[in-house]
Design a protein around this ligand. Structure first.
Ligand SMILES: Cc1cc2nc3c(=O)[nH]c(=O)nc-3n(C[C@H](O)[C@H](O)[C@H](O)COP(=O)(O)OP(=O)(O)OC[C@H]3O[C@@H](n4cnc5c(N)ncnc54)[C@H](O)[C@@H]3O)c2cc1C
Length: 487
């Protein structure tokens, strides 16, 4: 094979789609342990479906000690999302995916805070973003009546004298990453890409000639051995152990820390009909950035629902459908000290206290944070569902030190014949720019040749929309039209 991709989630599906377009004559194999694509994190009910573009996620624009707001990360995440939007618009025009409403729809993004201190923070955040071309059209209000027009469920029953503030961005989206993944994989299969389901990769080894031997075990233990020039480890929570088994030096010292998640879900049609936004609040002290509470309108394969959460928890599993020995199995001589260092640091910096408080919180206690958001919420309407696993990267920092990282980390072997993805955030929304980066790093000689075709797929490639307001406007408008979005 020219290319073997491990895992049939959004990341492998995106990379394979790019490569199949760029090199139609190459041979590809995708190996997936589940009976279908997108059954782990990329499944719509295993993630929150937010098209992350920092329109509402407050953790991307932290407040500094002097009170100022830094928007660098917010702008970066939005830039990345515009790359994904352009790629998805191209897929739609090429009819590689069906009607865009099968995977993306306008769902306004709101930030909502209460209490004088947080109101002041949001006011400053809005002032810092409102004139930026990628945040154009964002609205701000401290008036409960206006907030009730945008999102009635968070306003009804709230004390009138409580200081509140919200921003509202019509350009927000809800994305069904599971549907998108399955459509990409189906299109690849129709073009002759072989997908081996119910087949678990157990080992990756390099041959003397530099090629990779990927060994997997299929239905009834049937062994599958394939040789590949290039391997992409898109195995989500399973990526760390596979990269470790390959022996590449770039993975040495890396560890991982799994955080599980739960959401409250309701399908009560009366509530679903009254809430059509995604409302993000402020995280608790010590909470990891992906645990910011949010009340989300979701539409998944035609089913409307509201989700609230996520509630973080701890399990030693790296995959939702994985084994409880995965954390233990990831420990190596070289990552033991960085892992221990992070463990001890975590104890000290509030994250562990936060996780413990979440793990032991009763359903009633968890419901209290939904009541903070939606004062009239009734427990009878809501059930707890288990989301996907997030595996946070522990990056070696030299010597015995490690750092717990909340972003995404692409590991690439020195010769560019293998790469893999660790980490979770901002996740599926940034699949397209991350995979373009993989193309650049792993195929530096071919990348220049590919650029004209890549420009058709992502017209703004290589340019920062932030520096070009006219191009930003044009890009937002053309992708909105192709994807049938309101803004
Ligand atoms: C609770 C939660 C909320 C999230 N919310 C958002 C959000 O709102 N917006 C957003 O953009 N992102 C979100 N994310 C992140 C996003 O879901 C992930 O970044 C993305 O789905 C990762 O895609 P992936 O293809 O790398 O992994 P996955 O979708 O997990 O796919 C990996 C695949 O590899 C397979 N696999 C694993 N090991 C092996 C093996 N040994 N052999 C063969 N196959 C194997 C698995 O079965 C799986 O199908 C969220 C994640 C979680 C957990």
């Amino acid at each position: 094979m020219d290319v073997v991709l491990i895992g049939a989630g959004i990341m492998s599906a995106t990379l394979a789609s790019f490569l199949r377009e760029l090199e139609p004559s190459w041979s590809f194999q995708i190996i997936e342990r589940q009976p279908d694509a997108a059954m782990e994190s990329s499944n719509a009910w295993n993630n929150a479906g937010t098209g992350h573009s920092a329109l509402c996620e407050l953790n991307y624009s932290p407040q500094q000690e002097d009170g100022s707001i830094t928007i660098t990360n917010a702008v970066k995440v939005n830039e990345q999302f515009q790359v994904s939007r352009q790629f998805w618009a191209w897929l739609t025009k090429q009819k590689i995916v069906k009607d865009p409403s099968t995977f993306i729809r306008t769902t306004p993004h709101m930030s909502f805070v209460w209490g004088e201190k947080d109101v002041e923070f949001l006011r400053k955040r809005y002032a810092a973003l409102k004139d930026h071309p990628l945040f154009a059209g964002m609205e701000y209000s401290e008036d409960l009546a206006q907030i009730a027009k945008w999102a009635p469920l968070i306003a009804i029953g709230r004390k009138k004298d409580q200081a509140v503030a919200a921003t509202y961005a019509l350009a927000g989206t809800d994305v069904n990453f599971g549907s998108l993944t399955r459509q990409l994989i189906a299109s690849l299969e129709a073009k002759g890409v072989e997908v081996k389901y119910e087949t678990t990769v157990t080992d990756i080894k390099r041959k003397k000639n530099g090629k990779w031997v990927v060994t997997s075990s299929g239905v009834n233990g049937k062994k599958n051995v394939v040789t590949a020039k290039y391997v992409f480890v898109g195995a989500g929570g399973g990526a760390l152990s596979l990269l470790q088994s390959s022996g590449i030096k770039e993975i040495q010292g890396f560890g991982a820390f799994p955080v599980s998640g739960q959401f409250f879900k309701t399908t009560n049609p009366e509530l679903v009909q009254r809430h059509n936004t995604k409302v993000y609040g402020k995280a608790q002290v010590g909470a990891p950035p992906m645990s910011v509470p949010h009340l989300d309108s979701r539409t998944v394969d035609g089913e409307g629902a509201l989700l609230f959460g996520p509630y973080a928890g701890f399990t030693p599993k790296f995959l939702k459908y994985g084994s409880r020995y995965e954390l233990l199995g990831s420990l190596r001589f070289r990552n033991l000290l960085p892992d221990l260092h992070v463990g001890l640091k975590t104890l000290g910096d509030g994250l562990m206290t936060y996780l413990i408080s979440q793990v032991f919180a009763s359903k009633k206690k968890k419901f209290e944070s939904l009541l903070d958001f939606m004062p009239t919420a009734d427990p009878r309407d809501w059930e707890l569902i288990t989301a996907g696993q997030r595996v946070q990267v522990i990056r070696p920092e030299g010597g015995a030190k490690g750092i717990l990282q909340f972003g995404t980390e692409v590991i690439t072997s020195e010769d560019g014949t293998m790469s893999g993805l660790l980490g979770a955030s901002p996740g599926a929304s940034t699949a397209a720019p991350i995979m373009i980066d993989v193309l650049k790093r792993c195929y530096p000689q071919r990348y220049e040749e590919w650029l004209p075709k890549l420009k058709q797929m992502v017209p703004s490639i290589g340019q920062a929309l932030s520096d070009k307001p006219a191009l930003a406007k044009k890009t937002l408008e053309s992708t909105a039209k192709a994807l049938k979005l309101e803004a």
